[in-house]
Design a protein. Structure first.
Length: 169
């Protein structure tokens, strides 16, 4: 009997321990989103270095089934050239303006002496999809029947050299 209890406790700990997906808590529109019940893929377009400039582009996809629930992206430009940084900062801010007022589409541009970083969190579960499509257009979009699709995002991103890996917590 004692051995059966030990085995049951061990199996219970094993199952609970292995299924414990902590996830990441991400802020969207001031709300905290717990991603523990979502699948997670981390995608990068690699680091490129050219003309006194380096880029680091990374994207985190949080999804359930085929539905893309949340996209978190960070695009960082690194350069000693103030002129190049200003060019990218202005370009990112111009893009950001298009999305002003769109709830659940959080877009920040941060500038330091040597970097410009564009950070974005899109909560596809709550963002106004119709308004998003008005801004972005329907060509080359990841929305299908009003729902963001993870496979469509990955297919589109692959055309630009993006590679994705499943994140196992």
């Amino acid at each position: 009997m004692k051995n059966k209890i030990i085995i049951i406790v061990f199996l219970l700990l094993l199952v609970v321990g292995c299924s414990s997906n902590k996830g990441e808590e991400i802020k969207s529109n001031g709300e905290t989103i717990n991603t523990s019940k979502m699948e997670h893929k981390h995608c990068t377009r690699g680091t490129t270095k050219q003309n006194d400039m380096e880029t680091n582009l990374s994207y985190d996809l949080y999804y359930t089934g085929e539905v893309l629930n949340l996209l978190k992206s960070e695009e960082k430009i690194i350069s000693a050239s103030d002129e190049k940084l200003t060019q990218y900062e202005n370009a990112y801010n111009k893009i950001k303006e298009k999305y002003n007022g769109l709830e659940y589409y959080d877009f920040t541009v941060t500038r330091t002496d040597t970097t410009v970083t564009s950070s974005m969190v899109i909560n596809y579960d709550k963002v106004d999809i119709e308004r998003l499509l008005e801004i972005e257009g329907s060509a080359d979009n990841i929305i299908e029947d009003g729902v963001a699709k993870v496979d469509k995002w990955i297919t589109l991103a692959k055309r630009f050299g993006t590679k994705c890996e499943l994140v196992e917590d």
